[in-house]
Design a protein around this ligand. Structure first.
Ligand code: M6R
Length: 432
């Protein structure tokens, strides 16, 4: 992107670092070259030196959005901002009284989406975890098969993709090289591409046929937090809308889930009051060398996401596992030195997760359990419990992710690490 100032220009990979100086920008296309010369007009040409027309766009970002707002790190600001971000993400899209969800990309492309033979979600890292939750939502509500692929694998696998497929590309930055390449490949094979991105005007939203922005504002901390909950929120709205159009959800379920969904910002606010408690808890685990995160169903991707957050900012080795897989290997790792974070909210599989916790305790592992408020059984078994509000199972990831983000954050702070810019990592991975 090129920023146009008064007698000056700026170059950056997105508009965020430029906004301090100018809100006038030009987004360059692939294979365009921008000539910037002192005292001369800016000129854009293609590889054959043919001049290209350009449009100056006004960026709507405000400076406040890219400042820490009194917090010591961007990451904690972005965690704490999630209730407000959720409202921004839902604004103009949901209407509880009318029991309606409006995603313009779905209205405009209804036939294409409803006639899809299957959906393929391509993404990397945290966005891939959101994709796993999307699979669960779309398959449960819409009864459309969904595959979730690492974009980096998909692009080199010569995947079977056809015109009957819809590919959903999820990316916070909209610039991840592997996800962009996966989009281009799927497009060549005739698939219809739906983008779920945060950065407005980035390469992926420009390369897709349609899409929905998550509207959570710029995310600056390298560890993705509010983008994850924004992605899951958009996937929830997408699944509910398509399910209603397809007739695969009954009206009562739609209304109940939508009503509870609209209350997510206040539920998040309640969960964030646990911050001090989690900060205290993190002191106990600062010097752990390993962590295991367990969850089932909708909570399995949350376990993966909790482990990724811990790894990337605290440099503690952590693994996320589906809880029932524990007996197929990871249980061998459990001893008194192994903290195990268990997503154990009340749902169909609660009793099974409870029995996993008993197995861990029998081997002296230390259990931090995320439970539903009012659960009187788990506090008698687990070492530490974090209580969460009672929600329909499909909405729990929007809430249960927050304590895991806080846990990773506080452990990294206790270790004195650079939370916002962890070693070896970049915010936008624009190379392979
Ligand atoms: O911008 P993207 O969502 O495409 O980025 C994908 C991953 O690079 C990103 O989620 C990464 O895993 C984060 N650092 C995780 O916190």
């Amino acid at each position: 992107v090129v920023g146009i100032g008064k007698d000056e220009f700026f170059l950056a990979s997105d508009a965020t670092p430029i906004i301090e100086y100018t809100d006038q920008v030009i987004y360059l296309e692939d294979e365009e070259i921008c000539h910037i010369r002192r005292g001369k007009e800016l000129k854009i040409v293609n590889l054959h030196n043919v001049e290209k027309k350009h449009t100056i766009e006004q960026v709507t970002l405000s400076l406040g959005q890219i400042e820490k707002g009194g917090y010591p790190h961007f990451m904690i600001k972005e965690i704490m901002d999630q209730p407000a971000c959720m409202m921004d993400c839902m604004r103009g899209r949901i209407n509880v009284e009318a029991s309606n969800i409006v995603l313009s990309a779905i209205i405009d492309n209804k036939d294409k989406l409803l006639s899809a033979r299957r959906f393929i979600i391509v993404a990397c890292g945290t966005s891939w975890h959101a994709g796993l939750i999307g699979k669960h939502l779309i398959e449960s509500f819409c009864r459309i098969p969904v595959e979730v692929e690492y974009a980096s694998e998909f692009r080199y696998r010569n995947p079977v993709v056809s015109e009957d497929d819809v590919v959903i590309a999820i990316s916070q930055s909209g610039e991840t090289a592997d996800t962009l390449a996966a989009v281009e490949l799927a497009k060549q094979k005739g698939a219809f591409i739906y983008g779920i991105c945060n950065a407005i005007g980035a390469s992926i939203p420009r390369a897709t046929h349609t899409g929905s922005y998550i509207h959570v504002g710029p995310e600056i901390g390298v560890a993705s937090t509010k983008a994850f909950t924004g992605q899951v929120a958009v996937l929830t709205m997408l699944a509910l809308t398509l399910a209603r159009e397809k007739g695969t959800i009954d009206e009562d379920t739609f209304r109940t889930v939508l009503k509870e969904f609209s209350r997510i910002p206040e539920q998040m606010q309640q969960v964030l009051t646990l911050n001090d408690k989690i900060a205290e808890l993190s002191k106990i685990f600062t010097y752990a060398h390993n962590f295991i995160y367990l969850g089932r169903g909708y909570s399995y991707p949350v376990a993966l996401e909790g482990a990724l957050k811990l790894k990337e900012i605290s440099y503690i080795h952590a693994e996320g596992y589906p809880a029932a897989e524990m007996k197929h290997g990871p249980i061998a790792l459990i001893d008194a030195e192994m903290p195990v974070v268990v997503l154990a909210t009340k749902n169909r599989l609660y009793e099974k997760v409870l029995s996993n916790v008993q197995e861990i305790k029998a081997r002296k592992g230390r259990v931090i359990a995320l439970i539903t408020e009012g659960d009187t059984v788990m506090p008698g078994i687990a070492d530490f419990c974090i209580e969460l509000p009672d929600l329909p199972e499909c909405l729990t990831p929007l809430i249960s992710t927050l304590p895991l983000q806080l846990l990773a954050y506080h452990i990294a702070v206790c270790k004195g690490l650079d939370v916002d810019q962890p070693r070896n990592l970049a915010k936008s991975v624009t190379v392979e």
